[in-house]
Structures are given as structure tokens and as C-alpha cells.
Design a protein around this ligand. Structure first.
Ligand code: MG
Length: 166
């Protein structure tokens, strides 16, 4: 069977909004009175991006690589998960063509942060900022997003083969 040399991957994540935690989205700390609950730093966007990258390469999901029952990932910087994933993917001869993502949050207003978040993710992945797009949507005041109970993130990534398959 011929190989198209491209792979698509999808990622989704949700974390609960709680008081007394920092809000970190795409590696950027955001001024807000609440933050995301989780075993690691709960960076919902980096988790979705990591899952998209792992998925595109057929490498399972973030929970298999970094179980949230493992004490070593307590309060972990999620950049570590992302960097491990991209390293494994590059070792297998894949490179990211582009990455698109959406953050779903009623508050805070994320439009002032979209470009700095995209720049941070591009920097972590050693991509040009034009290869990374970050969108933000509210929950229209309904559902867990609209009631400010959670923040969700979606990500989709396209991998292209960078070295011939061996
Ligand atoms: Mg997560």
C-alpha cells in the first residue's frame, strides 16, 4: 500500500476551573482569578496539542505516556509532555506541517493572548509562528464552558514525512 507521507492527528482535553490555581494555557500564564485543576500544571491546550501530535504518529495518547497516577508528573510542566511527544515523532521521521487549535473558555477574554500563545507553542516545537494558529471561543453562557466550570481545548496537526521510511 502506498504511503501518502502525511498524517493527521486530533487532540481534545478538558480541565475544571477552580480557585487557587494558576491559569496556564499553551505555556503562557494568564491573569485570572481561577485556574485549572489537574495532576500536572493542567495546561489543557498543551495536553490537546500533545495528544494531536502523538495521535498523528500513531503513538497512542498522553495518558499512556504520562499517567496521572504517576507521582513524578505531579504539578509537572506540560511543556515536558509536548517536548517528549515531538521528540518521539521526529525520531520516527515526521515533521509538523501545521498545527491549528481552539481554546473554549467563557472567561477570561483570550483574544489579547492568542498571538503570544501561538508564539510560545511555535517556540517549544521549533516551528515558525506561521505554522501555529490559536483560536478562542466562548461557551455562549451555556454548558460547562459557558458556566465557567471548565476550559476545553481542541487541536489538529498535520505531519509530513521528513526522512524516507526505513
Ligand atoms: Mg489534561
Amino acid at each position: 500500500m502506498s504511503d501518502s507521507g502525511i498524517r493527521v492527528g486530533l487532540g481534545h482535553d478538558r480541565h475544571r476551573l477552580v480557585p487557587g490555581r494558576p491559569l496556564i494555557l499553551g505555556g503562557v500564564t494568564i491573569e485570572f482569578e481561577m485556574g485549572l485543576d489537574g495532576h500536572s500544571d493542567a495546561d489543557v491546550l498543551l495536553h490537546a496539542v500533545t495528544d494531536a501530535i502523538l495521535g498523528a504518529a500513531g503513538l497512542g495518547d498522553i495518558g499512556e505516556w504520562f499517567p496521572n497516577t504517576d507521582p513524578q508528573w505531579g504539578n509537572a510542566n506540560s511543556a515536558h509532555f509536548l517536548l517528549t511527544a515531538i521528540d518521539e515523532v521526529r525520531k520516527r521521521g515526521w515533521e509538523i506541517s501545521n498545527l491549528d487549535c481552539t481554546i473554549h473558555a467563557e472567561r477570561p477574554k483570550l483574544s489579547p493572548y492568542k498571538h503570544s500563545i501561538a508564539a510560545r507553542i511555535a517556540d517549544l516545537l521549533r516551528l515558525d509562528v506561521t505554522q501555529v494558529n490559536v483560536k478562542a471561543k466562548t461557551g455562549e453562557k451555556v454548558g460547562p464552558i459557558g458556566r465557567q466550570e471548565a476550559i476545553d481545548a481542541d487541536a489538529i496537526v498535520l505531519l509530513v514525512r521528513s526522512t524516507p521510511e526505513t
